[in-house]
Design a protein around this ligand. Structure first.
Ligand code: BG6
Ligand code: MG
Length: 223
């Protein structure tokens, strides 16, 4: 693992790290799976986390052996329908929906002059940050529309470090999904997983909740 003193920047996932939108994505996808008759399982739910919109739809259709039943245009329509349902939930969010400890952590990063970037697969990232009134903390956002491959490919975290003018070894990535942890590790950055140690066992550092996300705890974990 890198040394804490070499760290200059923090690259954040959004859904499930900064706010609990992972729950809204799940709700909207589950609704769509029921509509098309695809089976839902805890494993599918876990595997969808961090995955782009169209890749998520494919995974759901594949779970029901349904992928060939829909044209590309129909798939676009299904994805749009899911997104409309998802945004109806997002638009009710307020700054109270920031996960515990995140605001303090962002403030401590700013106070200590760390660079901050967002590396979310979500095309709704700026809208969610706006609802949370966190836009000003994230002057640097990797645009997922520019990616040739989504998480677990490392591209989004590599681009995040580049956007901050840092080497990957100088960056810590923070994720709640196994696909995201794999992306951070593949980029050569230090990975912090938030959530279940069972799901996130490949992370360099694991914290059970966002409340544990402090510079002091990260320093301790990096030794
Ligand atoms: C990721 C979420 O952050 O963004 C996934 O973990 C989601 O669940 C993906 O599918 C794409 O999001 P959006 O908002 O562009 O559909
Ligand atoms: Mg996430």
């Amino acid at each position: 693992m890198a040394k804490f003193n070499d760290i200059k920047g923090f690259i954040f996932d959004l859904d499930g790290v900064i706010t609990d939108t992972a729950r809204f994505h799940t709700q909207a996808w589950h609704q769509l799976a029921d509509k098309v008759g695809a089976p839902w399982s805890q494993e599918l739910e876990d595997n969808l986390k961090g995955v782009s919109r169209m890749d998520s739809l494919e995974m759901i259709l594949n779970a029901g052996g349904l992928s060939n039943n829909y044209s590309d245009e129909e798939k676009e329509q299904l994805a749009t329908e899911k997104n409309t349902n998802y945004l109806a939930l997002v638009d009710q969010m307020t700054p109270d929906d920031i996960l515990p400890g995140i605001k303090d952590f962002l403030d401590s990063l700013k106070a200590n002059h760390y660079a901050i970037a967002l590396a979310s697969a979500s095309k709704n990232g700026p809208r969610v940050l706006g609802k949370l009134e966190l836009t000003d903390y994230f002057p640097t956002i990797v645009d997922p529309a520019t990616l040739s491959k989504g998480k677990p490919d490392p591209e989004i975290y590599i681009k995040g470090a580049e956007a901050l003018n840092l080497q990957p070894e100088q960056c810590i990535g923070i994720e709640d999904a196994a696909a995201g942890v794999e992306a951070i590790n593949g980029a050569g950055e230090t990975s912090v997983g938030i959530g279940s140690a069972k799901l996130l066992h490949e992370a360099d550092i694991i914290f059970p909740t966002t409340k544990d996300l402090t510079l002091a705890n990260i320093q301790k974990a990096m030794g």
